[in-house]
Ligand binder design. Structure first.
Ligand code: 5GP
Length: 204
């Protein structure tokens, strides 16, 4: 676990601070589909921040698009160099993930909101540095749903499923730290709720 304190200038461009949207949700919350829909149809300009990770690319994943894939050594060097806003070892997997400050600065340059899709540990660190970040926790309609959806995918081993369920339980216990919680009982409705949150927050 680590919180990488940002420099004062992070996310600022020509005096303009980036607005941050942080979205988290346990495996099986349907978060990935929501992110995809929001990027297609958002009431505010959103720029997704491409995270760095030490996990190897999956088939079809492109470096610089899905993630900035890097070795443990490079990740650690850049962490020591202060290049990350936050880092976390997700799912106790041995793989590290992190948000590069340069990604947030780029969003600010474009006048867009920096959109972070990160785990709860990372989100708690971001909240400490950016108390104004708009944070949204996506939850499934019931606690049984996570397991059902995880198993439904049929892609993960039993060991991975158990680890993800344990992480989901831990994440759910921290959901009230987020500014908003959105229940993904119906995809279209959940996306509309988030769009409305963004309209309200943009007006503030
Ligand atoms: P996956 O390996 O399946 O692409 O992602 C696993 C998890 O890593 C997701 O739950 C996602 O929210 C989280 N994640 C992705 N990027 C980051 C990041 O930059 N920081 C943190 N803390 N978590 C991340």
């Amino acid at each position: 676990m680590s919180s990488d304190a940002p420099q004062q200038s992070v996310g600022e461009h020509s005096g303009r601070a980036a607005r941050l949207l942080v979205l988290s949700g346990p495996s099986g919350s349907g978060k990935t589909t929501i992110v995809r829909k929001l990027l297609k149809d958002s009431p505010v300009p959103l720029r997704i921040c491409v995270s760095a990770t030490t996990r190897p690319p999956r088939t079809g994943e492109i470096d610089g698009e899905h993630y900035h894939f890097m070795s443990k050594e490079e990740f650690e060097r850049r962490r020591q160099n202060g290049e990350f806003l936050e880092t976390a070892e997700v799912f106790s997997s041995g793989y590290w993930y992190g948000t590069l400050k340069s990604e947030i600065a780029r969003a600010a340059e474009e006048g867009a909101w920096a959109f972070l899709e990160i785990d709860v540990e990372g989100a708690l660190n971001v909240m400490r540095e950016y108390p104004d970040a708009v944070t949204i926790f996506i939850r499934a309609s019931s606690d049984d749903e996570y397991e059902k959806r995880l198993r439904g995918r049929g892609t993960e081993s039993e060991e991975v499923i158990q680890k993800r369920l344990a992480t989901a339980r831990r994440e759910l216990s921290l959901a009230d730290r987020y500014r908003y919680q959105v229940v993904n009982d119906d995809l279209e409705r959940a996306v509309e709720e988030i769009q409305q949150i963004l309209r309200t927050e943009e007006a503030d």
